[in-house]
Ligand binder design. Structure first.
Ligand SMILES: [Zn+2]
Length: 212
């Protein structure tokens, strides 16, 4: 999967999960309540009341975010055998204020924590991968193709590959994940002949084919 800003994530099979709009709405309300607290006189009864309301809204937003992340993580793990995702330094990215809103909304780190949890429970493989070159690299020919944040389609001048930006990234991430999990596409090193791994094997073969 590619964790993104346009989508919450996009998977190699084309599945896309949107960012939840209800969170943005709840957070707008949070800001309004915050402003109300700062307008009230310190030590007053009205201020205490406003603080109480703010606290309750904080709790509501964090519950909503958690419930949503848990639900998405469970659904993804249940429908997959291996989940590869970028090991993003979410905290570092949040410091970049342009991205902060979407990233905190997106609740990536919460989601990833629950993916790890459910993968363990259901005996699936989850594999973090380093994020370098997953967006820039062309999945088909491996050449770098520069993009800005607003470039939505990956168009490769080297091999002619045309893919959705996030899907190209998701395939790069899957390829890295398979390699790191010991399910390398090169020579299929480490693939055991068990039923559970048949799916990885067929994916690895597909990767070989599409990599040409
Ligand atoms: Zn290419």
């Amino acid at each position: 999967i590619d964790l993104g800003l346009k989508y919450f994530y996009k998977a190699t099979d084309g599945t896309e999960v949107e960012n939840p709009k209800f969170l943005r709405k709840s957070e707008r309300k949070l800001k309004r309540l915050q402003r109300r607290v700062s307008k009230k006189q310190k030590g007053s009864k009205h201020r205490r009341k406003a603080i109480n309301r703010l606290g309750r809204q904080h709790l509501k937003v964090s519950r909503q975010r958690k419930d949503w992340a848990v639900k998405q993580a469970r659904a993804l793990v249940m429908s997959s055998d291996l989940i590869a995702y970028e090991n993003l330094q979410v905290r570092n990215m949040v410091r970049n204020h342009h991205l902060a809103k979407s990233i905190s909304d997106a609740a990536w780190s919460l989601f990833v924590d629950w993916v790890k949890y459910y993968a363990q429970i259901f005996g699936k493989v989850q594999q973090p991968v380093p994020p370098q070159n997953t967006t820039i690299g062309c999945f088909d020919c491996k050449q770098p193709v520069q993009k800005t944040l607003s470039t939505r389609t990956h168009v490769c001048p080297h091999c002619g590959s045309v893919r959705c930006r996030d899907e190209n990234a998701a395939w790069n991430i899957l390829e890295k994940g398979l390699r790191l999990a010991g399910l390398s596409t090169a020579g299929h090193v480490g693939i055991e002949a068990s039923g559970q791994n048949d799916h990885y094997l067929s994916q690895a073969i597909d990767l070989d084919k599409s990599a040409g």
